[in-house]
Design a protein around this ligand. Sequence first.
Ligand code: FAD
Length: 358
Amino acid sequence: MVNADGSLGERNTLAVGSIEHKMGIKASATCVMNFDSAKGWMVGAENTGLSSMFIMMNYERVTMGLQGLGGSELAYQNAALYANDRGQGRSDTQLQSPEKPADAIIHHADVRRMLLNAKANTEASRCFAMYVAKNLDEEKFSTDPEAAQAAAARVALLTPVAKAFLTDKALEATIDCQQVFGGHGYIREWGMEQIVRDTRIAQIYEGTNGIQALDLLGRKVAKNNGKYVTHFLGEIRDFVNNMQADHGIKQATLDAADTIEALTNTVLSNISERKNEVNGCAVDYMHAFGYLAYSYMFALMIEAANGKEGEFYTNKAKLADYFVGRILPRIDAHAQMVQAGSDPMMNFDLSYFDVPAS
Ligand SMILES: Cc1cc2nc3c(=O)[nH]c(=O)nc-3n(C[C@H](O)[C@H](O)[C@H](O)COP(=O)(O)OP(=O)(O)OC[C@H]3O[C@@H](n4cnc5c(N)ncnc54)[C@H](O)[C@@H]3O)c2cc1C
């Protein structure tokens, strides 16, 4: 510590307890700090710490979504390269490489399923990140106070989704892409297991994804009686109903919006009498909400691609088809889980979870 006259004083009592040995992000060294009655100094005014911390935390949460996105994009690029190269089995339709003992695994529909799960989620995540960033800019810089306020409401609603849904989808993508490598995915030298390990932390720190989901359903939905959601659904329906593009994403997004509206109403009517409902339903509500948000992102992309020529744009339409057919139906499963409520978890006596100490 430094004395009042600037000279070196006695040593403060805080110390590093140990370096943390982590599952991943090993280039980011972290440690346990012991603050044994250490002297601290107040920064800023009293009782403003939590709100100051949230300014940082909200940006951190969006940044975590981007960390997940980076991991899933890297995993996809590696897996797509590998799938084009690795020979195993023969294509179900026609011989692809008769001069070789096997065709490349990219010809197998199930390998494409894994790649396209990652690709569709990654493209929707990127679009969602840009959408949230645009709203952050509008909140901060718009000269129209009403537009700034509307953007702030969207940012408040979508920040926990940007953190939790993007990172949950990112881990799924990295695992799917690791699976494309078969046994090599598990072997360190190929680098895929590192991407899985490094991405895993994004679901945990800056508030676990369970806590993000509670923020969404508890603070951003239930507390204002669904006001933010109603505005978001209005924006989605307005956009989709005015789309020029002719694509299945339109009806799919409208259906998803109806699902979220009904689900929000169910939760809002249940929470007054069922005290565990928000806590028990938050994660599945967040996932259902996330799939609606991604459907809206695909609608935005399809409309932007409308009338444009070239493979880049036609492939956007095909990827949106994949999303509608092979990913979006999950929204109904999550909706059903929310409808089942918190009783299936809370019905157990505490003693059920007793584990004999070894
Ligand atoms: C590598 C690493 C770096 C970190 N860096 C920093 C840093 O720089 N600064 C910093 O301040 N922190 C840092 N952290 C801490 C990190 O933010 C927390 O570990 C994380 O937010 C989870 O909190 P916790 O560990 O206390 O878990 P707990 O709060 O103990 O949660 C345990 C489990 O219970 C669940 N849970 C907890 N409360 C509830 C509830 N009310 N309802 C339902 N479920 C609940 C959680 O979702 C979780 O699944 C870091 C952590 C790690 C691993």
